[in-house]
Design a protein. Structure first.
Ligand code: CAA
Length: 259
């Protein structure tokens, strides 16, 4: 696995971890090794109390071309259901800290789904999003049909999934998928800057806020509101909430500690 050995890099900045897919020879295809590397990065970021947000990127040229099509060629239905790949996708969904996808170039198939598993997407002006699985005689297997329909509406989702249409960064922003569009050479920096903004807030409030927003994908409104109230109740017992309120009243910046 010569080209996979270093396929995922992990770098640490100020309270922000950056996880970079680096497999240019296969256009950052998400092989099992790459997914394993991504999981290892998320494990490391989750375990490190200093890390408050994560940027996931493929650099300034390509985000990810999707599942590794060569691996897919030899995957049986039974193998797929038991695979490490499936476990990896579940792991992405469980990551509790805020995550930002910094997307340049293609984010196709599983690559697009990987971006959609994050909390924010910052796109380069070169970004192209799509679910071309139908061309391979399959369909998206990591949330593409469901998340596109929720974000952009069923009819736009149908165009992407059934007609294999792709959308550029601005259309993806119009659809509500993308938070902001920046020049390609600034996309990673923009992701890190957004992560830095998020990392400045209290880590417990941030985690619970993420959990509350994520729950909106799953819960009907009444259940979601109940969940939100319960999480707020938890935050009202934290030191960070006193610190946030005192800082406002004393007209100074808050110093959140995560307690
Ligand atoms: N898996 C494995 N290898 C891939 C790959 C992928 N997803 N995408 C590209 N590659 C490989 C190519 O086979 C090629 O390898 P060789 O040099 O050994 O021939 C190399 O990367 C370069 O590819 P291209 O020459 O095609 O590069 P390009 O820059 O002209 O085009 C691209 C880039 C538009 C991303 C094009 O490669 C492409 O369309 N890739 C496939 C995209 C796709 O169909 N994604 C969906 C995958 S299925 C999926 O994701 C399923 C799921 O959710 C469960």
């Amino acid at each position: 696995m010569a080209d996979d050995d270093q396929a995922v890099r992990y770098d640490v900045g100020d309270h922000v971890a950056m996880i970079t897919i680096d497999r240019p020879s296969a256009r950052n295809a998400l092989s099992t090794d790459v997914l394993r590397g991504l999981c290892a990065g998320l494990d490391r970021a989750e375990a490190d109390d200093e890390i408050r947000a994560v940027v996931l990127t493929g650099g300034e040229k390509i985000f990810a071309s999707g599942a590794d099509i060569r691996e897919l060629r030899t995957t049986s239905p039974a193998g797929y259901l038991q695979s490490e790949r499936l476990a990896a996708w579940a792991r992405f969904g469980r990551f509790p800290k805020p995550s930002i996808a910094a997307v340049a170039g293609y984010a196709l198939g599983g690559g697009c789904e990987l971006a959609m598993s994050c909390d924010f997407i910052v796109a380069a002006d070169s970004a192209t999003f799509g679910q071309p699985e139908i061309r391979l005689g399959i369909l998206p297997g990591a949330g593409g049909t469901q998340r596109w329909a929720r974000v952009a509406g069923r009819f736009r989702a149908a165009e992407l999934v059934l007609a294999a249409r792709t959308v550029d960064a601005w259309t993806a922003r119009e659809y509500g998928l993308v938070a902001r569009v920046v020049p390609a050479e600034r996309v990673v920096a923009a992701g890190v800057a957004l992560a830095g903004e998020v990392a400045a807030f209290g880590p417990v409030a941030t985690r619970l806020s993420k959990a509350a927003v994520r729950a909106s994908e799953e819960l009907p409104l009444a259940g979601g509101l109940e969940h939100e109230r319960a999480l707020l109740g938890t935050l009202l017992s934290t030191e960070d909430h006193f610190e946030g309120i005192d800082a406002f009243l004393e007209k100074r910046s808050a110093r959140f500690t995560g307690r």
